[in-house]
Design a protein around this ligand. Sequence first.
Ligand code: NAI
Length: 328
Amino acid sequence: MKVLFYAAKIYDKKSFDPALKNFPEIQIDYIDHELEPRTASLADGYDAICAFVSADVGAETLEILNKCGVKTVLMRCAGFNNVDTQKAKELGITVKRVPGYAPESVAELAMALALAVNRRLYKAYNKVRENDYTLKGLRGVLFNGKTAGIIGTGKIGAVMCKICHGFGMRVIAYDVYKNPSLDGFVEYVSLDELLAQSDLISLHCPLMDSTYHMINLETIKKMKDGVILVNTSRGALVDTNELIEGIRMNKFLGVGLDVYEEETGNVYEDRSDDIMQHSVTARLLAFPNVIITSHQGFYTMEALAAIAETTLQNLMDAANGVKNENDV
Ligand code: NAI
């Protein structure tokens, strides 16, 4: 089976090539191009394509892939908000993803962002490099004894609950379903209660119509003053312009973002020589209490190996008509 692997980076080849040894039936061709309507026809003659978070797997792309004879779309990620799942069903294209790979990989980054912004590690790092050993601008708060509010307690959110518990925090959570593995140390509350009580709010729910811009001026106003907000889930959970208003109102001790609304076009690209015409991200970065990373939650050796293994198994399962929780 032939797979066209879009937007391939060196680290993709380093994790997928070794995994191929267990799947002799599969052949992968890697290309740099991102999957979008303009590049979809490159998949002519392939059985499957493999795409990532910034791909455009909308209706137009799927129509072209279908004409090219592609039967399977392999998302090498958990989120699938960029896939028109209805269209894929109509066309009979199987879409599979990797719902659970080393959830600790993302949860540990969420805590790292919370700590970095609390203790201003990015500022401290630069100050010491400049021989400036003063403490100005570096004062943080204890997490111990404070309240962590986790929105979405699936695989990643559950690990984040455990990490926060380990820091000596009271952990409260909001989800549409309760996760029984958290019984005993996590208290489920309403979203409003979570917003009002939390010192650290971390987002771990998927991006859907019901969660789009769930963090907006109205919900920000319900938060405690001096709250830390972390988003490692999907950028559009947060209304960036209203977040900026909230930051200007001095609502936040800190904001840590691994994902943000404008990231498509930036993610995994070197744009250091580009003159940005308009950039809300640049406005966000002008604040001393904001740290942004570029969608690197998944980027650990363990998670990459798990993604490769599951993605290739997904193709075998699709070819054999096996349906499981990886189907989108
Ligand atoms: P999951 O499916 O295990 O958990 C998601 C949880 O969100 C579920 O418990 C679900 O009931 C809950 N949920 C759904 N609608 C909700 C709502 N309206 N309000 C509150 N909770 C709601 O997903 P997992 O594996 O924990 O991943 C969470 C998200 O993390 C993914 O959707 C993806 O967007 C993001 N992600 C980010 C990565 C990164 O590199 N930064 C890597 C992997 C995932």
